[in-house]
Write a protein that binds this ligand. Structure first.
Ligand code: FRU
Length: 459
């Protein structure tokens, strides 16, 4: 499949994006009998969003993808206004998906808190394509007291032969929480309490929670809405991050051992969603979006009939109480011939999709001009990504980084993803250059080394 249209220079060449219409969160990621499946929030009719479907792509290597037919549409009474987000879970040769069936009510509601039903729906499949069963297992009307109508985005974790479902929630006091249900058969679910509750500095609604074990610890990822902006973090309207901790399984409580840490410092990153593949790797997908709700920004691809993409999948590990996020090594297979670049020399590049590796063992200051008017600058311990007019209203994001040894950049026509120090810090952003050839210009001392590869399309 080739999703790149020659008339639209912003179509991506190795990222998942909608053929037309709208895309948001990744959903239901699994590997089943060797084949990877990724589903995503998708509205085929319009690039502006609406009642979401689950779009579907498959892959053998997480680099090359096949577009599959839409997996689920909002065509049931319990999901008439959206087959919302949820997770996949493989058990005894079957795939179990759980998602939120969103139903908007007609009437005079305060829609910020109410006016909707969000049922938990269980879907069973024997191959990721067929649907054997699709039914409500938790009716909205049975949700516990003390919450607004916002309880959604189920994800399953198994512990000692028991299944736990976590859901993101907005409490009646307008604070975020993750709530938990328990089951022994994946059909009958009982509310067991709140896994964790937020304080007033931690947002009002926690979307897309995800809990998993990694390197002997537990990691809780979620996407809180309404976190207060600080000078060098939480600068997007909604952010995504994680806490590392441990689990008290008797009380079913998550016990934090770190603060809440933002996962990505670019303009476009939200609703991350992980899965463990058949080789035991913990891999994270995420929506390379959310920038669309910034008032200063209009995404120019809307006029071309589509909007948004997923970020590259990232391999997760833990080092020094931090999640490390790395591009998968399989993406090296897209590299064309290696091109060493001279420092302090400006290059016009032949490829609009490219990878740049910058190794700088001694530097405490540098800047990289690339694409059209995007700059990555490091000075006084602050790393800044700055867009010119091709940022379409988004200007800069700054992050504190003590010390930089490597900068690994993936550009794909209208996206940039940056991995600092082999995955200690990551930044994802969309950027919309005119149809000119991109350039690269690394300004640093000549002890630094820069390598560039054009990248072949894979989707
Ligand atoms: C996060 C989110 C989820 C919801 C989905 C609807 O971006 O709002 O909470 O399930 O998107 O598309």
């Amino acid at each position: 499949m080739n999703q790149h249209h020659s008339k639209d220079q912003w179509r991506l060449t190795y990222h998942i994006m909608p053929e037309k219409g709208w895309l948001n969160d990744p959903n239901g990621a699994i590997q089943f009998n060797g084949l990877y499946h990724i589903y995503y929030q998708y509205v085929p009719e319009t690039p502006l969003g609406g009642a979401t479907h689950w779009g579907h792509m498959t892959s053998k290597d997480l680099v090359h993808f096949n577009q599959e037919p839409i997996f689920m549409s909002p065509d049931q009474p319990f999901d008439s206004h959206g087959v919302y987000s949820g997770g996949g879970f493989v058990k005894d040769g079957l795939i179990h998906f759980f998602y939120t069936g969103n139903v908007k009510l007609d009437g005079d509601y305060d829609y910020i808190y109410s006016g909707r039903k969000q049922h938990v729906v269980h879907v069973v499949s024997d191959d990721g394509f067929n649907i054997l069963k699709r039914e409500v297992v938790i009716d909205h009307d049975t949700f516990p007291e003390g919450f607004t109508d916002h309880i959604r985005d189920p994800k399953i974790i198994e512990h000692d032969g028991v299944f736990y479902m976590i859901l993101g929630a907005r409490k009646a006091d307008n604070l975020g929480a993750v709530i938990t249900y328990r089951s022994t058969d994946l059909s009958e679910w009982t509310y067991v309490g709140n896994l964790i509750e937020g304080t007033k500095d931690e947002g009002y609604m926690w979307e897309c929670p995800d809990l998993f074990e990694l390197n002997g610890r537990y990691v809780l990822i979620f996407s809180p809405q309404g976190i207060r902006e600080e000078a060098y973090q939480f600068n997007n309207p909604h952010v995504a991050g994680y806490i590392i901790g441990c689990m008290d399984w008797d009380e079913v409580k998550f016990i934090p051992e770190t603060e809440f840490i933002e996962l990505d410092r670019g303009f476009d990153f939200y609703a991350p969603h992980t899965f463990e593949d058949e080789t035991g790797r913990r891999i994270m997908w995420s929506w390379m979006g959310v920038g669309d709700i910034m008032p200063e920004y209009t995404n120019p691809t809307i006029a071309r009939g589509w909007q948004h993409a997923l970020a590259m999948p990232r391999l997760l590990t833990i080092k020094n109480d931090r999640l490390i996020q790395q591009p998968l090594t399989a993406y090296e297979g897209l590299r064309k011939e290696e091109q060493p670049l001279n420092i302090n020399e400006r290059y016009t590049l032949e490829d609009k999709a490219f990878e740049l590796l910058f190794e700088l063992p001694t530097e405490d200051e540098f800047s990289i001009d690339l694409i059209e008017d995007t700059t990555l600058e490091y000075k006084n311990g602050i790393l800044t990504l700055e867009h010119g007019p091709s940022g379409c209203g988004r200007r800069w994001r700054s992050t504190k980084v003590d010390h930089i040894e490597t900068i690994h950049i993936y550009v794909d026509t209208s996206s940039i993803e940056v991995f600092v120090n082999d995955g200690e810090v990551a930044l994802a952003s969309r950027v919309y250059p005119k149809d000119n050839m991109p350039h690269a210009h690394v300004k640093a001392s000549d002890q630094a080394k820069v390598t560039l590869w054009g990248l072949k399309p894979s989707i």
